[in-house]
Design a protein around this ligand. Structure first.
Ligand code: 5AD
Ligand code: SF4
Length: 450
């Protein structure tokens, strides 16, 4: 089998689960697509562009199937499979299998169905599936840093977002299985785990089931429930040499306990990805984000008060429905207030069936693009400020690999998630080193091991 992944980290993590399920069926993974009997593409629906990328890849698989490997089966996994369901089979004649994010356990059966000459679809969304008992097979990794999924789905229903439709209701994974997976990773030489979920701050374990059913759980289950801050602490306690990161936080759900836990444990990285999407109250309301500008700013202030050097990043959308020039200026002024360390910035892309799809997508593409460029330019100047600030400091770096530009150099990351490049000396991948920062660009720091 050959598997390619697009979209968020959760998708990459899911592909490791799929690989694990299929390896039990006797499939070996190959990196050479022309050798594969089974080709899977794990897809993303977040923006139209993401879907177009996948369509292009399907054309490419088709050319391989025609010219080199006529017996090859093609499966579409993930969010686009969930969104389009059977329609995929009509639209893309070469696709044999369509499987949504909660149905990967069914893959062996579906493959058998296809081998019997049928097309196979399973897009059932579950209230319980967390793949808790499946040990992911980590194909792409560096052996140092791994993703560990802790929740699936999302109940937030932001008006622009397709995720609640493609990944279903929110549910949390059994903390014991999470700790066990992290322990095992550390035993195998890993030094960093990133706890993954669409909305990690709303992690809530009360013995299983969907988040929305918590109120119906027994008193005992509710009193013994585990929340995200508790989980973070459990993972941090595994070993001080195991770094802990997490993504993604939602401003509406992030609690002070989580911030306190970051400051309490040295091995919980001082970096929070806190998507804001807009700086305008009017737009935040239309987006159904569940917080306003001043609540968001209060949260940022709380973080900075408790952890003055905490790095913060954001996601931002330009040109959402009815966004005026003034709304856009509010976004820029919020950025000036927060001065994010990093940013992931996008043009609004209307997604079918979302509640925003019923609003008018009335900002022209030219305006969306211009506003996006202004947001990106501002972010670059802020990123550069933060990078520049680090010059002269000596920072702990976890070595993750050999630099792409020079085999005499390693790269790694600081607690703040910034990448540092430095001369190898006699160190090795997976070591922690202290690096004195001497120079920077807006994306990387350069320094010397001391
Ligand atoms: N259009 C543009 N960007 C989007 N995102 C989510 N949905 C859309 C959309 N319809 C962005 C948000 C989110 C990130 C993962 O993708 O910024 O935080
Ligand atoms: Fe894309 Fe969202 Fe699905 Fe991740 S959850 S693959 S970002 S649509």
């Amino acid at each position: 089998m050959y598997i390619e992944s697009y979209g968020c980290q959760m998708n990459f993590s899911d592909s490791e689960i799929v690989t694990s399920i299929l390896s039990k069926e006797g499939f070996d993974a190959t990196k050479d697509i022309t050798q594969a009997d089974l080709v899977f593409v794990n897809t993303c629906s977040i923006r139209e562009k993401a879907e177009l990328t996948v369509r292009k890849r399907l054309e490419f698989y088709n050319s391989i199937k025609r010219n080199k490997n006529p017996k090859m089966l093609v499966g579409v996994l993930g969010c686009m499979a969930e969104r389009l369901k059977e329609k995929f089979l009509e639209e893309e004649k070469l696709v044999d299998i369509v499987v949504g994010p909660d149905s990967y356990r069914d893959l062996p059966n579906l493959i058998t169905e296809v081998e019997d000459g049928r097309k196979a679809v399973n897009v059932f969304l579950s209230l319980e599936e967390t793949y808790a008992d499946i040990s992911p097979i980590r194909l792409r990794g560096n052996g140092v840093s791994a993703f560990v999924s802790i929740t699936r789905g999302c109940d937030n229903m932001c008006s622009f977002c397709v995720v609640p439709f493609t990944r279903g209701r929110e549910r949390s994974r059994d903390p014991e299985s999470i700790i066990e997976e992290c322990r095992e990773l550390f035993k195998n030489g890993y030094k960093e785990v990133t706890l993954l979920g669409q909305n990690v701050d709303s992690y809530l374990w009360y013995g299983g089931g969907a988040k929305k059913d918590f109120k119906k759980a027994s008193k005992d289950a509710r009193e013994n429930s585990v929340r995200f801050a508790d989980l973070l602490e459990k993972v941090a306690k595994i070993n001080p040499l195991l770094r802990v990161r997490f993504s993604t936080s939602n401003p509406q759900d992030m609690s002070i306990d989580v911030i306190d836990m970051i400051s309490k444990y040295n091995n919980i990285c001082k970096y929070i990805h806190l998507p804001v999407q807009s700086g305008s109250d009017k737009i935040l309301k239309l987006m159904k984000r569940g917080y306003n500008r001043s609540e968001y700013i209060k949260l940022i202030d709380d973080i900075k008060k408790r952890i003055p050097d905490c790095a913060i990043s954001m996601d931002m959308i330009s040109g959402f429905c009815s966004e005026s020039e003034n709304d856009h200026l509010e976004t820029l002024s919020l950025m000036d207030y927060v001065k994010y360390d990093f940013g992931y910035m996008f043009k609004y892309s209307e997604r079918p069936n979302t509640s925003a799809a019923r609003m008018k997508d009335d900002v022209s593409d030219t305006t969306k693009q211009r506003r996006l460029s202004e947001i990106i330019a501002k972010q670059q100047s802020h990123s550069f400020l933060h990078m520049n600030d680090k010059i002269g400091q000596t920072l702990e770096v976890l070595i993750e690999g050999v630099s792409k530009k020079s085999d005499q150099h390693f790269f790694g990351r600081t607690t703040y998630n910034s990448t540092v490049v430095f001369e190898k000396k006699e160190k090795k991948i997976g070591d922690y080193v202290m690096v004195k920062i001497e120079n920077c660009t807006s994306a990387t720091l350069q320094g010397k091991i001391i």
